[in-house]
Design a binder for this molecule. Sequence first.
Ligand SMILES: Cc1cc2nc3c(=O)[nH]c(=O)nc-3n(C[C@H](O)[C@H](O)[C@H](O)COP(=O)(O)OP(=O)(O)OC[C@H]3O[C@@H](n4cnc5c(N)ncnc54)[C@H](O)[C@@H]3O)c2cc1C
Length: 522
Amino acid sequence: MRVSKPISRVVIVGGGTAGWLSACLVAAHARRSADRPLTVTLIESPDVPTVGVGEGTWPTMRGTLERIGISEKQFLLACDASFKQGSRFDGWVTGASDDRYHHPFVAPPAGHPRDLVAAWQVDAGPLPFAEAVSAQPRVCQLGLAPRQAAMPGFAGALNYAYHLDAGKLAALLAGHGTRQLGVRHIRDHVDAVVRDDGGDIRAAQTRTSGEIAGDLFIDCTGHAALLIGATLDVPFRNRSDVLFNDRALAVQVPTPADSPIASQTVATAHAAGWLWDIALPTRRGIGCVYSSAHAGDDQAEATLRTYLGRAIPTADTAGLPIRRLAFRSGHRERFWERNCLAVGLSAGFLEPLEASAIVLIELSLTALLDNLPATRDAMDLHARRFNELFLYRWDRIVEFLKLHYVLSAREEPYWRDHRDPGSVPDRLRDLLRLWQDQPPSSYDLPHADEVFPAASYQYVLYGMGFPPPPGAQGTVPSGVRNGLTQARQRARVLASSLPTNRQYLDALRLAAATPTPVEHVT
Ligand SMILES: Cc1cc2nc3c(=O)[nH]c(=O)nc-3n(C[C@H](O)[C@H](O)[C@H](O)COP(=O)(O)OP(=O)(O)OC[C@H]3O[C@@H](n4cnc5c(N)ncnc54)[C@H](O)[C@@H]3O)c2cc1C
């Protein structure tokens, strides 16, 4: 009988957010499963920089940090991080000064979506949908933190994620992974990938450290996709026919120590794309995302500078370096091929709208570790299932991002092109027809762990002025009606009890800088 090869050596190539999250999650998993000895090696090129952006996360990051064994305090301090409670979209419908809506992380109260929309229509007066069904938009408007300092780490009065400094996150994970979790770190460039007779990857050939052999390889080489693309030749599925953005300009603006820290990512539409604005305790990360088919680099830079002048008029931004990034909207046709899993940018990237990239890294690792094959024999079956699940997820994300564009009434060519029926995926077109009759529901998004659940679609749809279905003025069950009343009451209570982001994070820094008094026993 053939003895199948055990999976005991995991080799990760790439040391950006994807590489270090993968290394820490696999190593922490190995520590918890003593019966499955695993070694984890991460190889990181000293010559290829990380992409260095990616500052908006999802609530999943709290569980990820907890699994890895990093405390919330340690993370907030080390990564210059702040709290994120969703996104606000400015100017996406008409571009008028009062054109804005929220996509919060807190889901609407339980109830049938039709009843929820009816309760909003009947009971909530002029309140926009998100503000009628969730306390979180109000908390964000006031710049409040989602938790009080006395709460246990990672617990909140409201669901939340983080904004962070990507470089500092990679450094924190690298220190923790190597010192606490036993990750072997090799700083070397991978020159070639060596395959065995059957076609699997046998080793990464490094410039000075020799061959690093493994049983399972995780490709975290970013856009280079050295293993999944250049070696295993898995085709790339281009999605730029649906999502046009392919360029970004990014700038970091230092902010005064007493400046407010916004509780949400602010995404502001412009003539050929949108701008992100992410506030950390010491700086704002601001970027202009655009389609090179609709705007030149100079035009995009002018848009960015106009925004900077308006959003931070007191800052001298003229001399700040602007990073220029180019990307291709799309993803691999398969993410797990043979004994190689692609995670992060090597697997694909669409655009930063709704920050779906880091959460896909986390979800990929969860799916891998929940099903970690013991031997090579089972691997192809796991790979097939993984690929089906993640193709489903990428397709849903493409549709959800496109939704933000097709609902716009803006008239610039970029926005008109986005509404061209030929650029709208068939499934999204059908759903838009269906949502004229009934609100988005779990029948439209039937997986238990959808990346964007029906609630997210409701927030975007009604935030952008999509008409509620006919009959949404009917009788409302009292449970749903109470849910909306409670959301408004909760907004008032939280407004008077939560600290601002700035107060919370300043107090955290002060406490960390203050030496703990030593007790002298005489
Ligand atoms: C403009 C923009 C904004 C974004 N904003 C967000 C956001 O708000 N939220 C979010 O979730 N995501 C965002 N993302 C995506 C996010 O930045 C990435 O998903 C994340 O940083 C992971 O990148 P990575 O680790 O896959 O790749 P990279 O950071 O590019 O790292 C690649 C690594 O591979 C190594 N490498 C490459 N070649 C070799 C070789 N031959 N040998 C050895 N090592 C090698 C490099 O040294 C590096 O360490 C954004 C992306 C862009 C472009």
